[in-house]
Design a protein around this ligand. Structure first.
Ligand code: PLP
Length: 511
């Protein structure tokens, strides 16, 4: 694995240590600017999706010739892929500290699908409640709303919930709390919740604990802990594309008994043990919960990604990102027009990850993001980040946002988010802060128009030119070695057989 060595002062240690970052594909490739220059991109949109590890991309190339469907095939490749798939399942489970007897790993497309799977698997009774927080991403909030009464715990100015308030709400006299579901880390404020303390409270009152690990697992170690420990996590859900894995895959890891007690959320091939025209007996989990052909290469890639993260060390990644987050907060705090949403305390980076959202007074968030991209080559995100209740709370507005309209992306309320990944450096932070300081002074070169429909800001007379970049082609692909191989392999045999037959005939006629 190629490692890029970088100087990094590890926050928890006084001595300077090298942070060794595996190669991240495209992390620094050149992007065009408004003035015609090309600069290495500064990619700070990692909370949305990360760029893939090269070693994982190479691994996929190596394994693809062996691709075959799993579990039911008799061919060599099928046996091989089945073995690797089950090995990958174990690697994913171990990453989050599963108990292989009591938990299952169910591959899913992403966290959203995982949360829907759980909400449609856990049994609810009339009057049941689900406790969550105002911090949640829509994907971890909406799936529960049709199943139970969902209550959102408020947060304080540090982006944290009040555990005493949580315990009050767990009181069963108000109705049974079936599930406590919370984000491990917020995609907007970066707040990291004390999930094990929360789990201990949930279990004290007989509720299940679900953790949305989408923003936590790429950055910090999470272990579910043993089932006998009251602070254990019942289910954790996460997405590979947020942790440098190249394909659309994620996982739900959690209690086998809960999956075994419920009919599958999706039914079909692979989920059954017996089917007649009148009846079905479901297979045991995890098969029960993997309808149809799974994303086999995706799970393999996820497991390889996890191996890469673990080789670097989750603590080393965490320390590296804490240091960069502290630097970013410290520098943003010095720009008077900038307001960081949630905690902006560089000393409190133990309670947050490096998703840092901010507003710039007097400059619409969409314009800030456009100038960062078109004039500095910095990729960020702006808007309301699929967490509108939280944005309403943070921006202290009564306005309802409307996605894909000016109210979400334009002059109206919203924010800019810079989110750190494993490949980012101090230099990236310095350039971002320099750019934001300029923008705060209303210094930019282009003239920007706001698109009437999307609310997006676009520089007048400039569009990104994608020609010359990889794309689709209608050219016929002449690359089929199979017939050639066929002839090469069989021609000598055919020839020998033909000559043999001729000799036999001649012998019969003239011999
Ligand atoms: N939860 C959190 C905290 C997120 O940040 C996201 C995505 O940004 C999701 C859930 C949904 O993840 P996915 O889009 O991979 O389903």
């Amino acid at each position: 694995m190629q490692l890029i060595k970088r100087q990094s002062k590890v926050a928890t240690q006084s001595k300077t240590k090298m942070f060794e970052c595996p190669e991240v594909l495209g992390a620094k490739h050149s992007v065009p600017l408004l003035d015609g220059r090309y600069v290495p991109q500064i990619f700070l949109d990692n909370a949305a999706s990360t760029k893939p590890f090269k070693v994982v991309s190479d691994f996929l190339q190596e394994i693809q010739p062996y691709y075959s469907n799993i579990h039911r095939g008799t061919g060599f490749d099928s046996h091989f892929c089945t073995e690797r798939y089950e090995e990958a399942r174990r690697i994913v489970g171990e990453f989050v500290g599963w108990d292989s007897d009591r938990d299952v790993v169910i591959p899913v497309r992403n966290t959203t699908e995982g949360m829907n799977l759980l909400a449609n698997t856990i049994n609810f009774e009339a009057g049941d409640r689900v406790l969550t927080t105002i911090l949640e991403h829509h994907s971890s909030d909406l799936p529960w709303r049709s199943k139970a009464k969902v209550e959102h715990l408020p947060i304080n100015s540090e982006g944290q919930i009040d555990l005493a308030e949580l315990e009050r709400r767990l009181d069963p006299t108000q109705g049974r709390v079936r599930v406590v579901t919370m984000t491990g880390a917020s995609n907007i404020t970066g707040s990291v919740l004390p999930i094990h303390e929360i789990a201990a409270l949930a279990h004290k009152y007989g509720a299940l604990m679900v953790v949305d690990g989408a923003q936590l697992l790429p950055h910090r170690k999470l272990k579910m802990r043993h089932h006998s420990d009251p602070s254990h996590i019942d289910f954790v859900v996460f997405s590979g594309h947020k942790m440098n894995c190249p394909t659309g895959v994620g996982a739900v890891v959690g209690r086998r008994d809960i999956f075994a007690a419920a009919a599958p959320y999706q039914t079909g091939g692979g989920t059954i043990s017996t089917v007649t025209v009148n009846s079905v007996t479901w297979a045991a989990p995890p098969d029960r919960n993997e309808a149809g052909t799974p994303n086999i290469l995706g799970l393999l890639a996820l497991a390889r990604t996890i191996q890469v993260l673990e080789a670097v060390g989750m603590d080393a990644i965490d320390n590296h990102e804490r240091e960069l987050t502290a630097l970013l907060l410290e520098k943003l705090n010095r720009i008077p027009q900038v307001k960081v949403l949630g905690s902006s305390d560089p000393e409190a980076v133990d309670k947050r990850v490096g998703a840092v959202s901010f507003t710039v007074a007097g400059v619409p968030h969409g314009l800030v993001a456009a100038v960062l991209s078109c004039e500095w080559g910095i990729a960020v995100r702006n808007g309301t980040f699929c967490a509108q209740p939280l944005m309403k709370h943070l921006l202290k507005t009564d306005q309802d946002f409307v996605c894909g309209s000016k109210s979400d992306d334009g002059n109206a309320d919203g924010a800019v988010r810079a989110s750190l990944g494993i490949h980012n450096t101090e230099k990236d932070i310095e350039t971002l802060v320099e750019a934001v300081a300029n923008i705060a002074q209303k210094q930019w070169k282009g003239e920007y128009d706001q698109d009437a429909d999307s609310g997006e800001y676009l520089p007048r007379g400039f569009r990104f030119d994608f020609s010359g970049l990889p794309g689709f082609s209608t050219e016929p692909v002449v690359n089929s070695p199979i017939p050639t191989l066929h002839y090469q392999q069989h021609l000598p045999l055919v020839t020998v057989a033909g000559i043999g037959a001729l000799l036999t005939t001649l012998w019969a006629c003239f011999g």
